[in-house]
Unconditional design. Structure first.
Length: 343
């Protein structure tokens, strides 16, 4: 949080987000569903994927790139396997509808999968994994994205910085959630550095010639670097095959970049796999087993006492609790823009 931040109760921020989305053309119930996802991202501290995205989304609505009145269509194609046509709707709405359909199907069959096409940027993956966990479901959720990573050995963006989330519920406590993209750093962080006039760390990106750079402007014109080299590249590629290719959505360079063609549908794809943990015979023991799992890790001697061993998502869950109690920090300029849109 900075001195330029305002702090709002989560309920007030969510109500403001709903009003802005409605002003942008969405139905109120659809806007409320999308706003919940975005505010959850802010509660977790993922500001780059929270309510600050609303002006960008509505800019694409105005340009004709997103249909604010889209009604996602869900089709059961066999057992608990579903195809979802997002109908070019707002990404958080499309992904939320797919999530709830998959949870309902998994409740009946134990496991379900939804493959989504015709969607747009869904925001952070953590909110979806969190909602699933609160209902007792473990989750594997991923999306493809516009190409920003060069394939190994290449000098041109062909692969998206495709996010992946995995979540495991903990009855009576915080779930364990891993939410990560495939690059060393998200493009949103580079964009923020460019806006602030600050350099980026070495190893985040290259310029347009494929040479390492710490200049955010050069990086925006170049390529992101995949984490772990060929391993991150391979993982990003396989996510695209599942979320994009198998779903019937766009893939690789067939996905439109929102910043380069805001008036065109992105045709993003998502994949959501939900597992009803109660069907695994763990209803009475899951919380204890996870506590034991956590204890083994927490008792690991820290290499640096300042940074003890933590599980994925622990810091985000702590922020979530704190911000529910104390309010959500929002950049003053983002708040002013939202209020302007909301009227």
């Amino acid at each position: 949080m900075t001195t330029a931040d305002a702090v709002l109760p989560a309920t007030e921020l969510e109500a403001l987000a709903v009003r802005a989305l409605v002003a942008g053309g969405m139905r109120r119930d659809d806007a409320a569903e999308a706003a919940r996802i975005l505010v959850l991202a802010d509660l977790f501290g993922i500001r780059t994927h929270g309510v600050q995205r609303i002006p960008e989304y509505l800019g694409r609505v105005k340009a004709g790139g997103i249909d604010p009145l889209a009604r996602p269509r869900i089709e059961r194609v066999g057992g608990a396997l579903m195809r979802v046509d997002g109908a070019n709707g707002l990404g958080p709405l499309v992904a939320s509808r797919a999530l709830h359909a998959a949870m309902q199907a998994a409740h009946g069959s134990g496991i379900a999968a939804a493959f989504v096409r015709g969607s747009n940027h869904l925001g952070a993956v953590m909110p979806y994994c969190y909602i699933a966990a609160r209902h007792g479901f473990a989750s594997i959720i991923a999306s493809n994205a516009a190409a920003s990573i060069a394939p190994m050995g290449g000098r041109g963006a062909r692969v998206g910085n495709n996010p992946l989330g995995l979540g495991v519920p903990r009855p009576g406590g915080d779930p364990v959630i891993l939410d990560m993209a495939m690059s060393v750093a998200a493009r949103a962080k580079i964009r923020a550095a460019a806006k602030a006039g600050a350099p980026i760390p070495a190893g985040w990106a290259t310029d347009a010639q494929g040479l390492p750079t710490t200049d955010p402007a050069a990086a925006m014109a170049g390529f992101l670097l995949a984490m772990g080299g060929h391993k991150g590249y391979g993982l990003a590629l396989m996510i695209d095959m599942l979320a994009g290719l198998l779903s019937g959505a766009g893939f690789l360079t067939r996905v439109e970049a929102w910043d380069k063609a805001p008036g065109k549908p992105q045709d993003l794809g998502h994949v959501l796999i939900l597992i009803d943990t109660t069907r695994l015979g763990l209803a009475e023991t899951l919380a204890g087993r996870i506590d034991d799992f956590r204890t083994i890790l927490h008792e690991t001697p820290a290499a640096d006492p300042v940074t003890p061993v933590r599980l994925p998502g622990e810091a985000s869950m702590a922020r979530h609790r704190q911000r529910l109690e104390q309010g959500v920090p929002v950049a003053a300029e983002d708040l002013a823009r939202l209020r302007e849109i909301a009227g």
